[in-house]
Ligand binder design. Structure first.
Ligand code: GDP
Length: 633
């Protein structure tokens, strides 16, 4: 093992000190390398960006003072609790013979607490199923049919509530399946991508009167990437023109052979609308799940995923969660992303109060301190204090990461674009009622970015527009977008004082359209030239006081006294030759009288300012510069 160096040895001054440090580090590095070689351990350190000096020392298994002095030798003065940049972490770790790999704050926390359940504690759990597929192929219809058939079968006795997932019981054994009832489709690709982590089995629904569509293929690749087994549901077989065999053929062309075709993928022809063969589909899902041998330990502290979270006027933050292992009970202290809280109440999908939710059970909980993002993991902690601390730590890391990340973008990226000349930024703060719409709206807004205008969503969260949002907007020149939420009276007053713009919407599309037109207003108009007159020089006359007078004939358009002009000889512009310069008339006459304009088909006399070399046969071209408002494509 490495012995800590006594502190006094580090207090040697100046150059000696630095050499000393290097030597110490080299010794440590060598010792560590030997140790690692002998143990054949991976030297890669997994850590989050911005770990503190003391945490880094712990990870490197060296005294804190060594890290501090190493930083000093690199010319950086740090304190024990200071968080370090990725670059510095890499340098310091390198000094001690470690490569580093940066992981997100969440991964880090997750790793601290992996509990391995022993076999005898495990019992079977219901599969969690996601239905994916192209828009209009019948996802909603299938989910609705399964849910209502289940309610009709006497399960519920209450209005079904949307809690992001629901459980059904299938067949004589009443085996359970949990369906994720993700709202919307393409708008929430982000959630779906995260959703795959939760999913045990994916049902890929394909309309038999259609083809494998882009979103079908996307859904298939999502499942394949996540290693989630797929069951195909070939839908709408009741429709005339439905051709399930063609769909199977198209699947085969993608190397996905269904069982009828001698392959391994299960598929079922169904009609979601009529409920035809849906029971068989459910059986196939159960069969797929059996192979997976899904188990969980209901007696440990609950862990799982947040499906959706929102702010409710009367209830506070409402979080829809799916328990994946262990159980969650009323009174448990829970942490989800950067939020924590004690569970005050729990409800199932039938709106009934429940006291406990075991593995694969969806529940709605009240009591969290905020609305975590969809897809965020949650975990029950031993005490409220622990939950709060962990949440605070994550919040701090998130804040720091976003601070630094946004700074980095503004330095490098904006610098590059400023060089382009007309770079502008549109900073937005997006607040909304549910996480799903905030994500969808933010994504769409960011996608409006063009080369010259970068749209930044500097902050997004569930909840009413608060004074802190206004302050943030004021500090960063941002506009606040409220989706289905309003500013508090204080926030409104503050916004007026600070001159912060708050825009509220209840339709995502409208918000996007309005921001788009605002951006179009920010775009520099392009300048374009419009030819307004073609004038032929028929004869010239030079007068000493005036210069060359050209006797002309307007062949096309209309020349006016103030039109810009250029002189063209044999197809070549001979005046003005300076780039960007415009020629001007010094006089325009008709029958010796000054004229404001001369139309096509008429003769006129022209003199050009600062240019006398006009010859018979030259063409004088009249043109205007017009500004064209740009639009976003
Ligand atoms: P989603 O966009 O994938 O959620 O698709 P929907 O469930 O909203 O279905 C799109 C349309 O197809 C709706 O008009 C449904 O009524 C219709 N549809 C869904 N399943 C069937 C089916 O099995 N047969 C027929 N004829 N129509 C269906």
């Amino acid at each position: 093992m490495i012995k800590s160096k006594p502190l006094w040895r580090l207090n040697v001054g100046g150059k000696n000190k630095r050499q000393k440090i290097r030597r110490d580090n080299r010794d440590i590095k060598r010792e560590k390398q030997e140790q690692l070689d002998s143990e054949n351990v991976d030297t890669k350190l997994k850590l989050t960006e911005f770990v503190s000096v003391s945490e880094l020392a712990g990870l490197l298994d060296v005294p804190v003072s060594q890290v501090i002095t190493t930083c000093l030798s690199l010319g950086i003065i740090v304190s024990i609790n200071q968080r370090l940049d990725a670059e510095i972490i890499e340098l310091v770790a390198g000094e001690f013979g470690h490569e580093v790999e940066f992981i997100s704050a969440e991964d880090d926390v997750e790793e601290e607490n992996i509990i391995v359940d022993s076999e005898e504690d495990l019992s079977p759990r219901a599969p969690i199923v996601t239905v994916m597929g192209h828009v209009d192929h019948g996802k909603t219809s299938l989910l609705d049919y399964i849910r209502s058939a289940n309610v009709a079968s006497g399960e519920a006795g209450g209005i079904t509530q949307h809690i992001g997932a629901y459980e059904v019981k299938v067949g004589p054994d009443q085996k359970k399946i949990t369906f994720l009832d993700t709202p919307g489709h393409e708008a929430f690709t982000a959630m779906r991508a995260r959703g795959a982590k939760v999913t045990d089995v994916a049902v890929i629904i394909i309309a038999a009167d259609d083809h494998l569509m882009p979103q079908t293929k996307e859904a298939i690749s999502h499942s394949q990437a996540a290693g989630v087994p797929m069951v195909f549901a070939i839908n709408k077989i009741d429709k005339p023109g439905a051709d399930p065999e063609r769909i199977k053929q198209e699947l085969a062309a993608m190397n996905l052979l269904v069982e009828d075709w001698g392959g391994t993928y299960q598929s079922q022809d169904i009609s979601a609308k009529q409920g035809l063969h849906v029971d068989k589909l459910l059986e196939k899902i159960l069969l797929e799940a059996e192979v997976l041998d899904l188990k969980a330990n209901p007696d440990r502290q609950g862990v799982g995923t947040v499906i959706e979270a929102s702010l409710d006027k009367g209830k506070g933050y409402v979080t829809k969660i799916l328990v994946q292992n262990g159980s969650v009970e009323i009174g448990d202290s829970l942490v989800a992303g950067p939020y924590s809280g004690k569970i005050k109440a729990m409800f199932n999908e039938h709106g009934k109060k429940v006291k406990k939710a075991g593995p694969s059970t969806p529940t709605l909980i009240l009591g969290l301190s905020g609305a975590p993002q969809a897809g965020e993991k949650f975990k029950v902690m031993d005490t409220d204090q622990e939950a709060r601390q962990l949440a605070a730590k994550r919040a701090q890391i998130e804040r720091e990461q976003s601070n630094r990340a946004s700074k980095r973008i503004s330095l490098d990226e904006i610098g590059r674009r400023l060089a382009l000349g007309t770079f502008k930024e549109l900073n937005l703060i997006v607040k909304g009622d549910v996480d799903g719409s905030i994500e969808a709206l933010s994504d769409s807004l960011i996608k409006l970015s063009v080369e010259t205008i970068q749209v930044n969503v500097i902050h997004k969260a569930v909840g009413a527009i608060a004074e802190t949002d206004v302050l943030l907007a004021s500090a960063s020149d941002a506009i606040i977008i409220g989706f289905q939420v309003r500013p508090s009276a204080n926030a409104r007053n503050l916004a007026e004082r600070e001159g912060v713009q708050i825009k509220t919407y209840s339709i995502i599309y409208e918000a996007i359209e309005e921001i788009k037109s605002a951006m179009e207003g920010m775009l520099e108009p392009t300048k374009e030239e419009k030819i307004v007159a073609q004038v032929e020089v028929r004869e010239t006359d030079t007068m000493s006081k005036i210069g060359t007078i050209a006797g002309c004939y307007v062949t096309e358009g209309k020349i006016t006294r103030n039109t810009h002009v250029r002189v063209i000889r044999d197809g070549i512009v001979i005046f003005p030759v300076k780039e960007g310069a415009h020629g001007e008339l010094s006089s325009l006459k008709r029958f010796k009288e000054d004229a404001k304009e001369v139309k096509g088909g008429f003769e006129c006399g022209i003199t050009i300012k600062n240019y006398n070399d006009i010859k018979t046969g030259d063409i004088i071209e009249g043109y205007e510069i017009i500004e064209i408002k740009q639009t976003l494509k």
